[in-house]
Design a protein around this ligand. Sequence first.
Ligand code: URA
Length: 200
Amino acid sequence: MSPGNVEEEYRRLVEEIQNCTKCRLYKTRRNPVPGEGPVTAHVMIVGEAPGRNEDMQGRPFVGAAGQLLTRLLELAGLKREEVYITNIVKCRPPGNRDPQDDEVEACLPYLLRQIQLIKPRLIIAVGRHAARRLLELAGHRWHSMTTQHGKVYEGVIAGVRLKIAVTYHPAAALYKPPLRNKLEEDFKGPIARVVAEIGK
Ligand code: URA
């Protein structure tokens, strides 16, 4: 696909997400949050779902967890503007509850199309919802964040060969400060090494 066609397809995809009614979340959301960043990015961040701030602004990771994510990315040698940021579920679950399995499945085709268009070399899955589903798609087993954070897996998703790095959700470190060290170590260590290998 030529770069112009990728841009055009991407615009179409964003429009579909903005008009989506495929699951119950469209009834309570203010704004869908498709994602943001260059379609040429080599690194994609996949989080859980928009929170209150993201729902108000229609942009991913703009609240406190987003500020922490920006600092963590810097530890891996990445600037926020260089990466593509999205979520496994594009609309805010009411009261920030966990996304339900049927909501994740209804929304998954959008993420698969984003992966197909952007062709990231590395996906950083933050939090168990994104990590579990992405690892399963790539043919790996999900056990737990405690045993799998900091690990990097390889696989093919939506026809794209890529690496998946698993780490905690930055919001978890805001509630449980000891997790912040683990997140920092994951970004400074294994994630930084993959970034250096694949380029930005
Ligand atoms: N948490 C997420 O998982 N995604 C966001 O966009 C914001 C907070």
